[in-house]
Structures are given as C-alpha cells and as structure tokens.
Write a protein that binds this ligand. Structure first.
Ligand code: FES
Length: 273
C-alpha cells in the first residue's frame, strides 16, 4: 500500500500526487518510473517519478484520467492508498555536465522532462525549455519548468499561451539560430518525439527520448514494451525508457501503441456507464 499525502490539480483531469514511498524515494533517480494499481482489478499503470524527496520519503507522480484505471487512480484523494506501487524501475538517465541542453516537452511529457531538466540544471548545464500543450489550461508544471530553465518557450495548439503551433517549430527555429546546443531531450507523444528527432537529425544534435509503450510487469518478463532501437529488440521497462531518439523505430512504436485501441475504447465506454 502507498498512501497519498497530497493531491493537487494541475489541469482538467490531470493531478499531481505526493506519495509516501520512503524506499522508492531513497533509490529514485531522474528517468526512473514506478508501476501502480488502484485496486485488484485495476490495470498496472507505469508513471514517471516526477520528483522525489529522500528526507521526507516521498515521490511525486502525475496522472491523467484517460481510461478506466487512471480514472480510478485519479478518484483517490489525500489519505487514500494505492493498492501497490512497484519501483523504482527502468534505467536512470545519465546526469552530467554537457553544456546547453534543450528540453522539449509535449502534453504529459512535461512530467518525465521536468526531473531531467532539474537535475541537468543542478549539474551545471544551461537549460532551454520548449513546452507545449493543446491550450494554456492544459499546460502543466509551468512554474516548475520556469524555475529550472534558463530560457523557456511555450507553444499551444490554439495560441492561448506562447506560439500557436508545435513545439517542434520552435525547436527548428532555435537550432537554426543557435550553434551552442549540445543535446536535446524530447518527451511527449510518439509523433512529437519522432518529429523532434527529424529536426535534430538535420542539425546533427544528440537527442534523448523517453518511450511510452504498453507495459505490464515492468521487469522485462512479459515483452509488452518491446521496442526496436538501432535495429535491436529492447524492452523499454528495463533497457529504457530513455533511448537515443535517432535510433528508435517510431513507426513500430506507434503501431504497437495503437494495438489495443478498440479494447481500450470499449473499456472506457463501460467504465463511463
Ligand atoms: Fe513487460 Fe517491459 S513491461 S517486458
């Protein structure tokens, strides 16, 4: 059991949970994730560890209520408990001094980008962030990203905050103007990460992405999270979820992500009844 110490609204149907998880907090590093379940019948949901506090024994998780199991999780309140929480899982990203890092986050991708930006900043890097969402209301963790960024740009689909359009357009203009960028970190929907990698390929800049395939056990046993990177079959849960974006087979990732769309739609319909 993992107790919810705090719950905060970030945007419509997106909440930030602070969880009492001292053992996980002790070992957590940027890039790690956990798998949680709300109940015996709930799906196992992988969630990035957005932040951790070793002294207080807490971790922060962001959850968007988009299907039955995440709706069940988001219906829990401060003082309630997740049935189980497994982690930290995955490979942490390497935090070292690189120089100037551009952090690109789309939608819920802010949750995995934030810890990377925060700890890369602490390691002495200059952080330029580009954060996008559908609307200003849907853009999460704006204050936190501003705090860890030396420069920050916003993009929204409707132009309610920052530039109207895609984060990748801003990335393209930025890389065109600057020659000081040493690395790009891009996390968001697969289509966005693919587009970001196409831009950075043009400028020959190393790009780290964090993949979000379907996961079940999170320990390399089920094969559900299989991805192809540099022609090699890897498991996002144990080999990632962060990978060299230029080596990822995004077409395969998107095809596998959409495999259970009909079942997901049917389940969502049932739980909304
Ligand atoms: Fe089962 Fe990765 S989630 S192998």
């Amino acid at each position: 059991m993992a107790k919810i110490l705090d719950k905060r609204d970030l945007a419509p149907e997106i909440d930030l949970f602070t969880i009492d998880a001292p053992l996980v907090a002790q070992k957590a590093q940027p890039g790690h994730f956990v798998i949680v379940r709300a109940s015996e019948t709930g799906e196992r949901i992988p969630l990035t560890i957005v932040d951790y506090n070793r002294d207080e024994g807490t971790i922060d998780l962001v959850i968007q209520a988009v299907g039955c199991s995440t709706i069940e999780l988001c219906n829990l309140e401060q003082g309630d408990e997740f049935l189980d929480l497994l982690g930290p899982l995955g490979e942490p990203i390497e935090i070292k001094e690189i120089g100037t890092v551009v952090c690109v986050a789309g939608g819920l991708g802010v949750a995995p980008v934030y810890p990377k930006a925060k700890y890369l900043k602490e390691a002495g890097n200059k952080i330029i962030s580009i954060v996008g969402a559908q609307t200003e209301e849907m853009l999460i963790m704006k204050d936190e990203m501003e705090e860890v960024s030396d420069e920050i740009y916003f993009a929204t689909d409707d132009g309610t905050l920052g530039e109207k359009g895609f984060v990748t357009n801003i990335l393209d203009s930025l890389l065109d103007e600057r020659d000081e960028v040493d690395e790009v970190v891009a996390v968001g929907p697969a289509v966005m990460m693919k587009a970001a990698c196409e831009v950075t390929t043009e400028y020959d800049i190393d790009t780290i992405v964090s993949l979000n395939p379907i996961m079940i056990d999170g320990t390399g046993m089920c094969g559900g999270c299989r991805v192809t990177v540099d022609g090699e079959r890897l498991f996002a849960c144990v080999d990632g979820p962060a990978f060299d974006g230029h080596a990822v087979d995004f077409e395969e990732l998107m095809m596998r992500q959409s495999h259970y769309e009909d079942e997901e739609e049917e389940a969502e319909h049932k739980c909304n009844l």
